[in-house]
Every structure is written in structure tokens, then in C-alpha cells.
Design a protein around this ligand. Structure first.
Ligand SMILES: [Zn+2]
Ligand SMILES: [Zn+2]
Length: 796
């Protein structure tokens, strides 16, 4: 027979379970199995010195109730739901040393992890596992065989509750069957199919036991098994039996060369006598109210209560939901135990972290990328905690109740889940933070839209301002309309100084007030930031129309010192083919490129007003960002930005307002997109919307998956291009009302145009052209100029 078995085992199909492992080498007998045999042979006749019960799964929704009981001779497990094995592995509760698994009820919460546990025990070489509990365990084990492969290497003994007592070197365990009140209803009948959806407190029904309807179902959801465990009486173990070695040597005094006095400290438990009573503990599951009465009136359990025939239980482990604990009957039953009895409750009303290592690694990975590695969560039950009148302890993972040598709670094994500690530990790993920083550097370049409206600052959109964060240390500002600093301040808060300090270059596209009148406060605030941070002051490189200097000079001469803040580079000298005559300007250009790791900074004149320029920034790493400033559709711009990575283009007006766009020398949405397509830009962000589109511009037919619209305080990275167009449907939903109104307006306008009325509807908002303030500086002539100064733009 043995030979036949060997032949069978060598066949591949016999070894295909659990990922077709190679046949294992013959296992050595496990050490603890050897020592147990030695004990049986009477080599060691003493009872265990240490016995404790320890929570594995505290009964939370993700880690069902399971209890580990330890003595140096035996290990037991009460219930083995899914994840129990994992917890035991994490917390070093050796599964290989399990002798007995007790199951309080045939429910998936209790047996879900049993099949995996059995396979592991088999692989470890555990010769035998005894399962105690509901009689269906036998069938459960048979069901496992469907996928486990041969299990003959491990002896799986089922000890049904009808076998009342079990005794080993540590304790005597009595199984106490408790039949629910509805037992009659289920006898001989199949459970309703809905009971397949087993959950805590509900009936368990396992149809795997019924094959093809032939075998008779044996499930009995109305049975739970309670366990009364009585620690084995310590055998007589006097001082001299035990030997001196383990006795604490208090001190040794040498009197002379031949007289030695040894003073021993002897604890009472070292000289215990056969009359020393073994403490008892009870494990009871009361899954639902149906079992409350049967448990409360059970005589075998009441023996361990006040006035019972046995010594009162030292510990009662309740695997019962709050709904049960809240019943008066169950409360009263708990109260019938004397005050010396401790109560341990395992149910969803727990607050403990079981899978600490998983939390730890996730916390650390989260430092690398918070979205790819999101923080782990804790499920909290909404059920309130029962008000109990007996002292009770809520389970925590690895909480111990020691029964021997001294009865006491022990909390030292409870793992801490200190997120700060995990972060600190990761931070101490050599190079970790540097690597994270480098990886995070890939978030650059990043564009923060500080102002996306045209003409004048309004409540939803401020005027033009775009911050380009080139790297963690270098930033550039493209246009700086009034209030740009305020926008920066609100965007960056406490880190605004750091942000300002990083700005080394400002590009001003043209001299309309909505593009440059925020420059001075930016310069002053930047000076303040550098001082606050203790950094040396350095002027910014200012690229803009040379007329800027006229303005700055006048301000400098008559108002405040400002010229030391800027190193001017006229936009025109950065146009293709332009000659740079001044040595100083050449030096500025070289310096600003170097400072921001740029390969090229180019400008081109655009079709807007006199001395209006667009710019193109090419980084050393290859990306190219093009900014249109204000312009009508401009071929020079399309040429300069050929194959750009990102085009930021103005789209002041909606489609259908082409005439108005020509008049004001701006672009419509579709015109802007058209330039981007002509340029073959990888992505187009539209900005500089007329304030009549305060919340959202009107979308045109030309929108495609390479177009996004900007909002103030929006921050985009080049990796976001794929996502941005997908934001449009939710944006449309959010602003459906505004879009509806705008479309209505467009409809009316089109109607009037058809009637030959050229004048705009009264609802069209107008802003004045305030004309020249200083030479070359104008407010954006965005709206018709015929009624300049008469109407202010309504702020709706
Ligand atoms: Zn403008
Ligand atoms: Zn303009």
C-alpha cells in the first residue's frame, strides 16, 4: 500500500494543489510533537506554568472573532474566520503548534479561514489537527477536499459536541451544545435560500453539503457550541521535584572557602499542591437573540456562576453582537457571574488595528504617491455600545488574559499602529526622501492659473496671471494683472513667501491693464519674502514690451524705488532672428535661461495691440509651453509653437461673436482651438475669458480631447492632459443654469441679427474703455467703445 501511495504521489495530478508544488522532502517530526511524546512517556510530568487566552481577531467586520489559547504544552484556536491565519502569521502565533481548533458555530465567520489553515498545517508537517464543535465539521472537511488535493498527510479528526470532554496536558475542555429557540422550525428542512447570505447573527446555510440534491442536508443553523475550559490541575511540583535550576536565586553569600549560603526566593506557584484549583474560562458565542434564553438558562454554564457547583469562571469570552448584549436577559446572565469573573467581548464594536503591518507599509507607500497608495480605512459600526453592568473588556488584537501563573489582563502584546512612527521610520531610510523628492519632481512643470478673466478683475475670475512652476525651485510668471499677488497669497497661504522667492522671471505680454498692473505688488512682496526667508535679494528678469520701462521709470522717479527689482529684457529681442545689441541684455537672457533650466525663451509679435507678444518656453528636458497673451488668430504664433507640449491661448469670446472678436482683436473659442490644432500642440488650455462668462465659457463644437478650460486657482501638470477634457461633462452639469442662460442670450442675439439689428441686446454687459493712463498703458478695450465710461460691468 505504501508503495502504491508513493507512485500515486509522484503523479503530477496529485501534486497540483496549492500551485503545483514539488513533492516535499520527508518532513522531520516537529520539535513540539517530539516533546509532547516525551511528556506522554512521563519524561516531564508537570502541568504548564503559563496559560493565557489571547485575542486574534477582535470580532470586527473585517476580522471576525477568534481566540488563541497558549500554554507551553498546547496551543488552541477558537474559531478561524477568514484572515485568522494571516493575523497569526503577522503576530507570530505559530499555527504549526496548534493542537486543537474549536468552532463555536458552523458559520462562515467562524470557519472561513479554516480550509487555508488546514492546508498550511499540512504543509508544515503537523500530523494531526482536532476540530471540535458542530457536527457538520466533518462535512466541512470533506468539502475542503474538493480543492485541497489529498489530505492524507494530515489527520483531521473531528470531535463533535456529543463527545463531551477532552483532556490534554493543559486543560479539560467541555463542549456544551446550545440549541436556538427556532430549532424545531429547521429540523429536517432546508434553510430558505436567502440564508445563503450569511452575516453575523444570521443563519448559516452551506449548500456545498448537498450534492445534486441526493445527499441529505445536515446543516443545523440552530446550534452553537460553547466551550468550558478548565485548566488542568498542576501536578504536585514541589521545590525539590522541580529542581533548583528554575528557582530564583536571590543572593549567594560566601562565608568562607567551604561554606556557601544560597538564598532562594520561592514563589507560591512554584510549590503548588494538587489542591490548587485550575482556573476555568468559558467561550460562548451568542449570534442572535434566538440563543439568548438557551444560553442564559443553561445549567452547565450556570455551574460557573455565583452559587454554582464549580469554582466561578475566571473569564467569559463573549462572541456576541451588541443586539444580544443589550437584552436584559443576557445582561442579567452576565451579572450572575461573580465580580471576580472577567468578561471579554468580541464583536463589531471594537476599536483595534489588526493588520498593522499592512497599515504600516501602506502609510509608507502613501508617502511616495498618496493617490496610488491611498491610506487604509477603518470600518466603524454604527451600532451603539450596550450599557453593561458588569466590568467588561472590549477585545483588541493580541490582548491577553493570563490564567497562569497569575490571573491578569496583559496589554503589552497589543500592537500599536502609530502612523507618525511609520512615517518617521520611512524618512530614516537612506535616500528615501531624496528619491521621493526626485519622483515628485516629475510633477513639474506645473501651471497654476491665477487669473483667467479678461478686462477687469471680477469676483469669480481675476485678470491675467499664470504661474509656471518649472521645478521645485524655479517658477516663472506669465502676465501679472492687478491682484495677481492676492491670488498667489490665497493659493499658497503660508508658503506664499517660498513661492515668491522661486519666481525669477516675469513675462508681460502687452501693456493692457489686465496683464501688467499687478507687477509692482509682486515685486514688493517678493522682496519682502526674500528678506523673511533670509535669502539674498536679486532682481527678476522682466520680459515685456520695452514701453514697460517708461511706466516703471516714471513710477520709480516719482513714487517708489522700483528699478532695482528688474532686469529688463525687451520682448522684441527674443523674437526669431532679432539682434541683441546690448551686452547687458545678452547677459540677462543667458542668466534667465540658466536659472530656469531653459533651452530657449522666444517671443513673437501677435495681432492684438501695438507691442503685444506671445512667448514660447522650451525646457532643457524638451517640453515646450506657449502662451498667446491676447491675440486674434495668429500664424506667427502657430509657427513659433510648432508641436508645443502645451499652448495656453486666450479665448475671450464665444463662437458667433467673430465680428466683436475682430473689433477687439481677440479670439473666439474655436479660433483659439484652431491655432492650437494648426500648431499641433499636444494640449490647449483656454483662458482670458470675457467676464460675461464668469463661471464657465460657452463650449464650441470644436472642443476635443486636446482642449481644456481654465479656472482661477486651477493647477495642471502635463500628466493631467488626458483627464482635463473629461472634466467638461461634470463642469457642464455644475453650471447647467449659466450655460442655459448664455445659450438663451445667444439665441436672442442671433434672432436680432436676423432682424438686422446690429446693436447688442441690453443684457450684454459692457465695460468702459478708460483710455490712456500713462503712455502705452490701456485698459483692455474689451467691450464696444461707443459708451465708454457710462456703464460698469454688472457683477453677476
Ligand atoms: Zn487682456
Ligand atoms: Zn489686451
Amino acid at each position: 500500500v505504501a508503495a502504491l501511495r508513493d507512485v500515486l504521489l509522484s503523479l503530477p495530478s496529485y501534486n497540483q494543489h496549492r500551485g503545483s508544488k514539488k513533492p516535499r522532502a520527508p518532513k522531520e517530526t516537529l520539535r513540539h510533537v517530539k516533546s509532547r511524546e516525551q511528556r506522554k512517556r512521563g519524561v516531564d510530568v508537570h502541568g504548564p506554568a503559563t496559560v493565557y487566552a489571547q485575542v486574534v481577531g477582535a470580532g470586527s467586520r473585517d476580522n471576525g472573532a477568534s481566540l488563541y489559547v497558549f500554554s507551553e504544552f498546547n496551543r488552541y484556536l477558537f474559531n478561524c474566520g477568514e484572515g485568522t491565519q494571516r493575523l497569526m502569521q503577522e503576530h507570530k502565533l505559530k499555527a504549526a503548534r496548534l493542537d486543537n481548533i474549536f468552532l463555536t458555530r458552523m458559520s462562515w465567520e467562524n470557519v472561513g479561514g479554516l480550509s487555508g489553515m488546514i492546508l498550511t498545517l499540512k504543509d508544515t508537517g503537523v500530523p494531526e489537527v482536532v476540530l471540535s464543535g458542530p457536527p457538520q465539521l466533518e462535512k466541512y472537511v470533506n468539502a475542503i477536499r474538493v480543492f485541497s488535493g489529498p489530505l492524507e498527510e494530515i489527520k483531521l479528526a473531528v470531535r463533535p459536541y456529543t463527545e463531551k470532554q477532552y483532556t490534554d496536558d493543559t486543560m479539560t475542555v467541555s463542549q456544551i451544545p446550545i440549541f436556538g429557540e427556532s430549532m424545531q422550525r429547521y429540523q429536517g428542512h432546508q434553510c430558505p435560500s436567502s440564508s445563503m447570505l450569511s452575516s453575523k447573527g444570521h443563519h448559516f446555510s452551506h449548500c456545498i453539503f448537498i450534492s445534486g440534491g441526493k445527499a441529505r442536508a445536515t446543516r443545523d443553523p440552530s446550534l452553537v457550541v460553547a466551550f468550558v475550559c478548565k485548566c488542568y490541575l498542576r501536578r504536585k511540583r514541589g521545590l525539590w521535584h522541580f529542581g533548583l535550576a528554575i528557582v530564583n536565586v536571590r543572593y549567594i553569600v560566601m562565608f568562607s572557602d567551604d561554606v556557601l549560603m544560597v538564598v532562594l526566593q520561592i514563589h507560591p506557584e512554584e510549590v503548588c499542591t494538587p489542591t490548587d484549583p485550575g482556573p476555568a474560562f468559558i467561550v460562548v458565542e451568542c449570534p442572535s437573540e434566538e440563543f439568548v434564553q438557551p444560553i442564559c438558562i443553561h445549567q452547565q454554564l450556570s455551574r460557573y456562576q455565583r452559587g454554582g457547583t464549580e469554582d466561578p469562571a475566571a473569564l467569559v469570552v463573549h462572541m456576541s453582537p451588541e443586539s444580544v448584549l443589550k437584552t436584559d436577559e443576557y445582561k442579567q446572565w452576565m451579572e450572575r457571574f461573580p465580580s471576580t469573573t472577567e468578561h471579554l467581548i468580541l464583536n463589531e464594536q471594537v476599536c483595534t488595528v489588526h493588520n498593522v503591518r499592512s497599515h504600516k507599509i501602506q502609510t509608507q507607500l502613501n508617502l511616495i504617491h498618496p493617490e496610488i497608495f491611498p491610506e487604509l480605512q477603518h470600518y466603524k459600526t454604527k451600532e451603539t455600545q450596550a450599557a453593561l453592568h458588569v466590568p467588561n473588556v472590549r477585545a483588541e488584537c493580541l490582548l491577553k488574559f493570563q490564567l497562569r501563573p497569575k490571573i491578569e489582563w496583559q496589554r503589552d502584546a497589543i500592537p500599536s499602529c502609530d502612523t507618525e512612527e511609520f512615517v518617521k521610520e520611512a524618512a530614516e531610510a537612506p535616500n528615501f526622501l531624496q528619491e521621493v523628492e526626485e519622483w515628485r519632481a516629475e510633477k513639474y512643470p506645473e501651471v497654476v492659473f491665477l487669473g483667467t478673466g479678461s478686462a477687469l478683475p471680477m469676483k469669480i475670475r481675476n485678470v491675467s496671471g499664470n504661474l509656471v512652476n518649472i521645478s521645485a525651485t524655479q517658477s516663472m510668471l506669465l502676465d501679472c494683472g492687478e491682484g495677481t499677488f492676492g491670488q498667489l497669497c490665497r493659493h499658497y497661504g503660508d508658503t506664499v513667501d517660498e513661492t515668491l522667492a522661486k519666481i525669477s522671471t516675469v513675462f508681460i505680454s502687452h501693456m493692457h491693464a489686465d496683464h501688467h498692473t499687478g507687477l509692482l505688488s509682486l515685486l514688493f512682496q517678493r522682496e519682502r519674502a526674500l528678506a523673511t526667508l533670509g535669502k539674498a535679494f536679486s532682481p527678476i528678469y522682466l520680459i515685456g514690451p520695452v514701453q514697460m520701462m517708461t511706466w516703471l521709470n516714471q513710477y520709480h522717479d516719482h513714487c517708489e524705488e522700483i528699478l532695482s527689482h528688474v532686469n529688463m529684457v525687451p520682448s522684441k529681442v527674443l523674437c526669431e532672428g532679432a539682434e541683441v545689441s546690448k551686452f547687458k541684455t545678452k547677459a540677462f537672457i543667458q542668466a534667465l535661461l540658466k536659472k530656469s533650466d531653459l533651452a530657449k525663451f522666444q517671443t513673437c509679435p501677435v495681432r492684438h495691440c501695438k507691442n503685444a507678444f506671445a512667448c514660447s518656453i522650451t525646457h532643457q528636458s524638451g517640453w515646450q509651453l506657449v502662451f498667446s497673451g491676447d491675440t486674434m488668430p495668429c500664424d506667427a504664433l502657430a509657427h513659433m509653437g510648432k508641436n508645443a507640449t502645451l499652448l495656453i491661448h486666450e479665448a475671450t469670446l464665444e463662437d458667433g461673436l467673430e465680428d466683436e472678436a475682430v473689433e477687439k482683436r481677440h479670439s473666439t473659442t474655436s479660433q483659439a482651438i484652431g491655432i492650437g490644432m494648426k500648431m499641433n500642440a499636444e494640449f490647449i488650455m483656454l483662458n482670458h475669458f470675457s467676464q460675461r462668462y464668469a463661471k464657465i465659457p460657452l463650449f464650441s463644437e470644436d472642443f476635443n480631447d486636446r482642449v481644456g478650460i481654465s479656472f482661477d486657482h486651477m493647477r495642471i501638470r502635463f500628466g493631467d492632459f488626458r483627464i482635463l477634457p473629461r472634466l467638461i461633462p461634470p463642469l457642464k452639469a455644475l453650471f447647467a443654469e449659466e450655460i442655459g442662460e448664455m445659450e438663451e442670450r445667444r439665441g436672442r442675439r442671433e434672432l436680432k441679427q436676423m432682424k438686422g439689428v446690429i446693436a447688442e441686446s441690453n443684457e450684454e454687459q459692457r465695460i468702459p474703455n478708460e483710455g490712456e493712463t500713462v503712455k502705452g498703458a490701456k485698459r483692455e478695450p474689451e467691450e464696444p467703445t461707443q459708451d465708454a465710461g457710462s456703464k460698469r460691468l454688472k457683477t453677476n
